[in-house]
Design a protein. Structure first.
Length: 233
């Protein structure tokens, strides 16, 4: 009886925790490309599509840090940030790419992409396609649950005794609002000389939680670089 009681408590605890609704990854890679030749990779700044409500410039910087940190954790090769690549290429090309990045970031990025082969073997890109917060109402419901009752009595010698009984009682749960966080990220790796795509992933995740995209983005980056890193070994 006691085991059954605690089993019900465990089930209810699990029901109250945020639950993954779905997680889907779609991969493509060039089967003719020799990934082990990659010794240095440029991890470009994260971008986002219009309508992706990720929060603003500070949140984007945090995502970029997460993208780079996971690359350095999982890849057994030299990892350069886009900023580091600008400085290295600026010195080699005789250009102030850092200043250009402030006035015309798209142009500065294009120059890095076109000249990446000078300092690296590949470039990694990430774009946040979707960042949404939605909700739905979970209907109310009634379930039978175990309830503990304490029963006191006096035995034949006048001593006070106590027993614990478990009874089944109906418990009604009201309708509940459930928040759903959704994120979709497309990540790509290009070889540097011709900027041809060699590895790509679309990762779509939903979670029954409030604004949980930041955590999901971290797991997406870790999964991507973990799997990509296996191709470099």
């Amino acid at each position: 009886m006691i085991k059954k009681f605690f089993g019900v408590l465990l089930l209810l605890a699990i029901m109250t925790l945020p639950q993954n609704v779905s997680a889907e990854k779609t991969d493509w890679f060039d089967r003719n490309f020799y990934f082990r030749n990659i010794r240095t990779i440029i991890v470009f700044d994260v971008t986002a599509s219009r309508g992706a409500d990720y929060g603003g410039s500070i949140d984007m910087r945090n995502m970029q840090d997460t993208f780079v940190q996971n690359a350095r954790k999982n890849l057994r090769c030299n990892v350069m940030t886009e900023s580091e690549a600008r400085r290295a290429l600026g010195y080699e090309l005789g250009m102030d790419l850092e200043s250009l990045a402030y006035s015309n970031p798209q142009r500065a990025r294009k120059i890095v992409e076109e000249n990446a082969y000078r300092i690296a073997d590949a470039g990694a890109f990430a774009n946040v396609d979707t960042w949404e917060n939605n909700s739905y109402v979970k209907p109310g419901y009634t379930v039978w649950e175990q309830k503990q009752e304490r029963y006191r009595y006096y035995d034949r010698y006048g001593n006070r005794r106590e027993e614990v009984r478990y009874v089944q009682v109906p418990v009604t749960y009201p309708p509940q609002r459930v928040d759903v966080s959704t994120i979709q990220v497309t990540m790509q790796v290009y070889e540097a000389r011709r900027m041809e795509l060699v590895f790509a992933r679309k990762d779509v995740r939903d979670r029954e939680d409030y604004q949980a995209q930041k955590g999901m983005f971290g797991r997406i980056c870790n999964s991507f670089f973990e799997d990509f890193g296996k191709k470099l070994r």
